[in-house]
Design a protein around this ligand. Structure first.
Ligand SMILES: NC(=O)c1ccc[n+]([C@@H]2O[C@H](COP(=O)([O-])OP(=O)(O)OC[C@H]3O[C@@H](n4cnc5c(N)ncnc54)[C@H](OP(=O)(O)O)[C@@H]3O)[C@@H](O)[C@H]2O)c1
Length: 294
């Protein structure tokens, strides 16, 4: 039987890809954006589950404005922690698994090797703290959950680093990009595919399914500077950019942001591979697919 899936934040970067991937895989997918379903409203959340009776909920809704969150702490926590709490309550009430997306920003980035699921989080800013609070509330409230921590998300829909680089290239010939933050880009499309593959793994919905926290990140690890160079290299090769961009490496100190970013955003995806056989793969290939699509 066709599985009914409720996707929140359906017009976000990952939400759009989830809707496309779910349709391609034959799900009965219902996508709600913030105007259809505000996850900070407990009654609306309960009503949506009661009415729709989905077999799985995927929460792609989030407050994602990292710097602005410092001034909008209440909103960030309302969406990223309280919203998740209401979803967890409703999912538990109707016995529906909840798949949720989290972030590398739960870590301070001081570790020198890739972060494991067992590493102690220590968020630097409000956004990271609000996402961590969301993880904790879900973990405490509802057993049938997956928390997928991802990083440096890019895709054809919505705002991201790739789009910013291409936009800046329209008016400039040279850019300076931070070269002391290490992580790895991950395509929204690949995250969507991973989440739906988890739904299709044996035992999904059962109490003894390996629920819990997993890291998901593409390879290889790079800096933002490396990422920018690859974007321009591929955009040139694909004819999406008709000039050579000059990219200069700079330090985080030379590019201050209202809230610091983790130096190390590398996530170890081995657990997900061991348990489910799912790997994020090569982001350079994912980038090429994205550039061809836009
Ligand atoms: N982007 C990244 O680089 C990155 C990195 C690591 C982890 N993540 C995580 O990945 C997930 C998806 O991120 P994304 O990049 O797809 O974010 P996004 O493009 O900002 O999309 C988030 C969506 O959530 C919706 N939303 C906000 N408040 C809501 C509310 N109260 N009720 C319902 N919907 C609400 C937004 O709708 P409106 O526009 O109408 O407000 C938006 O469509 C998030 O959990 C994020 O924390 C992202």
């Amino acid at each position: 039987m066709m599985k009914k899936v409720l996707i929140t934040g359906a017009k976000g970067q990952v939400g759009v890809e989830l809707m496309l991937e779910a349709a391609a895989r034959g799900y009965d997918a219902v996508g709600y954006d913030s105007s259809d379903l505000d996850i900070t409203d407990a009654k609306q959340v309960f009503k949506a589950l009661e009415t729709l009776q989905p077999q799985v909920v995927i929460n792609a809704a989030a407050y994602t404005a990292v710097d602005k969150a410092e001034q909008e702490r209440d909103i960030a926590f309302a969406v990223n922690a309280d919203g998740v709490s209401y979803l967890a309550d409703a999912c538990k009430r109707f016995d529906v698994p909840l798949l949720h997306i989290s972030t590398d920003y739960v870590f301070d980035g001081k570790k020198s090797t890739p972060y494991l699921e067992s590493d102690e989080p220590n968020a630097i800013g409000v956004y990271g703290a609000s996402k961590l609070a969301g993880e904790q509330v879900l973990k405490n409230k509802w057993h049938k959950h997956i928390i997928l921590r991802v990083s440096w998300v890019f895709g054809a829909h919505g705002h991201n680093f790739v789009k910013t680089m291409l936009r800046l290239a329209e008016s400039r010939d040279a850019l300076s990009v931070v070269n002391d933050q290490y992580g790895a880009p991950t395509a929204a499309k690949s995250i969507a595919s991973c989440l739906l593959s988890l739904v299709e793994c044996e035992g999904f919905g059962e109490a003894d399914y390996p629920w819990g926290l997993y890291h998901y990140q593409s390879e290889p690890g790079v800096t933002w500077y490396d990422f920018a160079n690859e974007i321009f290299l591929q955009a040139n090769a694909l004819g999406k950019l008709s000039k050579q961009m000059s990219v200069a490496p700079i330090t985080s100190e030379q590019f201050p942001t209202p809230v610091a970013r983790p130096e190390n955003s590398k996530l170890d995806g081995e657990q997900l591979k061991q348990v489910f056989g799912i790997q994020a793969g090569d982001w350079k290939r994912q980038l090429s697919e994205m550039l061809k699509a836009i």
